[in-house]
Design a protein around this ligand. Structure first.
Ligand code: EPU
Length: 448
């Protein structure tokens, strides 16, 4: 049965209910359909999560729009509700009223659901003077230490005891601004410092701060709430602590990794796509990889936040991408490594990848190999020898971006690919199969 016929037979995503069933869901993709048309990019997951955590700082009401509907966003909302906030959602907007916040702990079960819940630490401590949450363990990308978060928060005056996997934190009075130099520009640590210092006494200076667009977005939200932060997006950020914040309305920036994912998905099929509500400026380091592969990329409305758009037109066969080195922003994003690797699997020539951010971010390689990709991994280096054609196979998502890589590879594969372990994909892509179907892909979700 063709994937299109299957989609008709199983029209609703929810055939059965419940988590166990959701884990059994699969995407079925029939490859070699050229993508063509327009797709709308959603709000950035990695902006929405810290901004939602930051809504507790004001004890007021904030309305966050362009918020993607993802399982990680749902997990963040569950934490907000647990803390005593009122949360309402609809039409891409999330309204958080944190006036009734009455707790300062996050249970282990909620911490385990989403590793990035650690960004609540600075916000809860700043709001309540204490915080109790569990140590987030490693994850599918390898060890995920939080030493930089903890050292920075200690410098701001938070006393932190680590005991049996729990972090018990207490501030003696208000947190105090200070100078903090990060050993490396950690995104999460920078976010925690921003949240903890926005209402601290005195001035905080972060040296070697992360410069990602999502950091700039968090600062824009905090400043709209009355914070006094300058230098967002630069290596040195200055936060003058204010006595209190108020709520505000804020629109989340477009998701740059979703943008790259749609670009790679189109490129691998030799198609043409126009992506709407995106910001081409934020993917400036990735566009050259597409151009090197032979694609024409045209961005419009650069710098205009979600008002921009981008056109990608691909040749019948892609060229190799000579080398990709992942780096902190404004370098090539680690989150785009797997999608671009999938794109090079069928390119002509050999592409080289060097992953410098995470220890274990090549787990998608074994799955791509099942589809006929020729990839060798040696430590942080992966060498992809492009093949004429991949072939469909049963594969499983190993992590969020690895899952996106499998979808991209499946679009370029002969025959049918069945992709399992979709909970990874659902953490970070809203309506991926609907978006790709709209562009002409033969893709459907079954069994969940
Ligand atoms: N690190 C430490 N100590 C720390 C913190 C980080 O050694 O205290 C190391 C990490 O182990 C890693 C590197 O520093 O090797 C970078 O980690 P960073 O803290 O910058 O990453 P993160 O905040 O945990 C965010 C995104 C990731 C994205 C990275 C890098 C969110 C929710 N997550 O993670 O997104 O890969 O920044 O850009 O914002 C994804 O969306 O698929 C994803 C994994």
């Amino acid at each position: 049965m063709s994937v299109r016929a299957l989609a008709e037979q199983f029209p609703a995503a929810a055939l059965l209910q419940g988590e166990r069933v959701r884990d059994m869901a699969k995407l079925v993709v029939e490859g070699l359909h050229k993508l063509n048309g327009e797709a709308v990019i959603h709000g950035a997951k990695n902006s929405a999560l810290p901004i939602l955590a930051a809504t507790i700082l004001s004890g007021d009401v904030s309305e966050i729009s362009n918020c993607p509907r993802l399982s990680d966003v749902a997990a963040t909302q569950a934490i907000l509700r647990h803390l005593g906030c009122r949360v309402e959602e609809g039409d891409g907007r999330v309204l958080v009223d944190s006036s009734g916040m009455c707790r300062s702990d996050i249970p282990d079960s909620l911490m385990r659901e989403m590793r990035s819940s650690i960004v609540f630490l600075g916000a809860i401590a700043a709001r309540t003077g204490q915080a109790q949450l569990s140590f987030p363990g490693g994850c599918e990308l390898g060890p995920r230490p939080i030493n930089l978060h903890l050292a920075a928060l200690r410098r701001l005056g938070l006393e932190i005891e680590e005991e049996r996997g729990r972090l018990n934190c207490r501030a003696r009075g208000r947190l105090r601004g200070t100078a903090i130099t990060l050993e490396q520009p950690s995104v999460g640590a920078t976010e925690n410092i921003l949240m903890a210092s926005a209402t601290a006494q005195g001035t905080t200076v972060i040296v070697n701060a992360a410069r990602e667009p999502e950091i700039v977005d968090l600062c824009a939200y905090l400043n709209a709430c009355g914070a006094r932060i300058t230098g967002a997006g630069e290596g040195t950020v200055v936060i003058e602590g204010v006595d209190r914040l108020t709520g505000c309305r804020h629109e989340v920036i477009p998701d740059r990794i979703e943008t790259v994912t749609y670009m790679a998905a189109t490129a691998v099929t030799g198609g043409r796509v126009r992506l709407l509500r995106t910001d081409p400026d934020n993917i400036a380091s990735v566009i050259p990889a597409f151009e090197e592969a032979g694609c024409r990329v045209e961005g419009t409305g650069e710098g205009s936040g979600s008002g921009g758009s981008l056109i990608l037109e691909a040749p019948a066969r892609l060229n190799r991408v000579k080398s990709v080195l992942t780096m902190p922003y404004p370098g090539f994003p680690t989150d785009a490594q797997a999608p671009i690797m999938a794109m090079t699997c069928t390119a002509s020539g050999t592409s080289l990848f060097v992953e410098t951010i995470f220890d274990s971010r090549y787990r998608h390689v074994d799955e791509l190999s099942r589809m006929g990709a020729r990839i060798k991994v040696e430590g942080r280096v992966a060498v992809v020898e492009g093949v004429e054609r991949l072939s469909g196979a049963p594969v499983e998502c190993t992590d969020l971006r690895g899952g996106a890589a499998l979808v991209i590879a499946a679009l370029a594969a002969e025959g049918e690919t069945e992709i399992g372990e979709l909970r990874h994909l659902d953490r970070g892509y809203e309506g991926l199969e609907a978006g790709l179907s709209g562009l002409g892909a033969a893709i459907c979700r079954i069994g969940g």
